[in-house]
Design a protein around this ligand. Structure first.
Ligand code: PLP
Length: 388
């Protein structure tokens, strides 16, 4: 169906940071399939592990034990401190699970019509519950009636949450992205998650973090919450988890981990041996190749280099991000930069009409980082008709 405005290019091969189109032209990929290909394209260890697993066992069913799923869950528990995982196949499904978990948590406490606090400019997916939770009218328009049970506040506004706490006795959880992705690569104040944790503790609410985009090493740590010294009750993952093999996960700890009982929630495909093998290998390679450290270093380098290159470009409103989530906000709509970059054989993305977003894979090297900074800076200068 006509759901995407596609760019005029077809890729047929990939390796590391690079893609080749059907004419044999090579492109530098600064988007990695929207934060999906953590290890770059076709990392040899991933290709080997997935190929071997495909030749051994692809799918059984969650009606049986799945050794690779248990191994992955144990690994995620070790890395995150969230000891239980429900596996699914996408970010929307992971958030759908979190929303259902929060509602059932409310019902268990005698709250029949539970409310979840969500943020402006947030993005949680395209299913009915997750588009309702998203703070973007564009993803909701035309799909009414939306769900009830959500209360919206501005991102990075603790006072607004205290107001809701004082007036709404049905609140059961806060759902928030530690760093907003689709909403323009927004970074909250340093103590934001810590304060949210405290508000949740005081009120008996679940703190639920959507790390679908910022998780799995991209922020410079395994999970974005690890920059803040807190642990959430629930966390959702997807995009970068399987390096391109579809897998999503909703993790929980303690009380929150005990909410679902057999029959409450399910997924036919979720956590099958093939997808779990891709995720286990992704995590192993991130560890072996020290890719979180690389994400931090290259991300910091790129933001600084952009600052330097564009110091005199008045239209550049802000350069922000964390690790390999990079946003360059311009003063006016700049969607055409995506096509201009494509002509220079560079893949980038623009969100909210005027934020250039870069999400390169975690294997990016300094040489490629410099190349991206140079091409993007030149394009933005040209966009504002500065001579470079
Ligand atoms: C992409 C994204 C989703 C939705 O993931 P899908 O796999 O497309 O369903 C949810 N939350 C965040 C933060 C995302 O970036």
């Amino acid at each position: 169906m006509n759901t995407y405005m596609r760019l005029p290019v077809t890729f047929v091969k990939g390796k590391g940071m690079w893609l080749w189109d059907d004419q044999g032209k090579r492109y530098l990929d600064a988007l990695s399939g929207i934060a999906v290909c953590s290890l770059g394209h076709c990392h040899p260890k991933l290709v080997k592990a997935v190929s071997e697993q495909a030749g051994t066992l692809i799918h059984t069913s969650n009606l049986y034990h799945i050794d690779k799923q248990e191994k992955l869950a144990n690994k995620l528990a070790l890395l995150s401190g969230l000891n239980k995982t429900f596996f699914c196949n996408s970010g929307a499904e992971a958030n759908e699970a979190a929303i259902k978990l929060a509602r059932r948590y409310g019902h268990n406490k005698g709250i029949d019509l539970p409310t979840i606090i969500v943020m402006e400019q947030s993005f949680h997916g395209r299913t009915m519950a997750t588009l309702t939770a998203s703070g973007n009218r564009k993803v909701q328009a035309g799909f009414e009636p939306l769900l009830t049970g959500f209360s919206r506040v501005p991102f990075n506004d603790l006072e607004a949450i205290s107001q809701v706490a004082a007036h709404n006795r049905n609140v059961v959880a806060i759902l928030v992205e530690p760093y907003q992705g689709e909403g323009g690569v927004n970074v909250p104040q340093v103590n934001y998650l810590k304060e949210l944790r405290q508000i949740c503790d005081e009120n008996g609410w679940l703190l639920m973090l959507d790390e679908v985009q910022c998780g799995i090493g991209r922020s410079g740590k395994w999970f974005a919450f690890q920059h803040s010294g807190i642990v959430p009750d629930v966390m959702t993952l997807a995009k970068g988890l399987g390096s391109g093999i579809p897998i999503g996960a909703c993790l929980a700890r303690d009380m929150a981990a005990e909410v679902f009982k057999p029959g409450n929630h399910a997924s036919t495909f979720g956590g099958n041996p093939l997808a779990c093998t891709a995720a286990i290998t992704t995590l192993d390679v991130i560890e072996e190749e020290n890719l979180m450290c690389n994400a931090m270093e290259q991300g910091d380098f790129m933001r600084k280099a952009f600052q330097t290159q564009m110091v005199n470009v008045e239209g550049v409103t802000q350069i922000r991000g964390q690790g390999l989530m990079i946003g360059i906000e311009l003063s006016k709509p700049c969607g055409n930069l995506v096509k201009d970059a494509l002509k220079q054989r560079l893949l980038i993305n623009v969100v909210l009409d005027k934020v250039v977003r870069l999400l390169p894979s975690l294997v990016i090297k300094r040489r490629e980082a410099k190349q991206i900074v140079n091409i993007v800076s030149t394009l933005i200068k040209k966009f504002y008709e500065y001579k470079s």
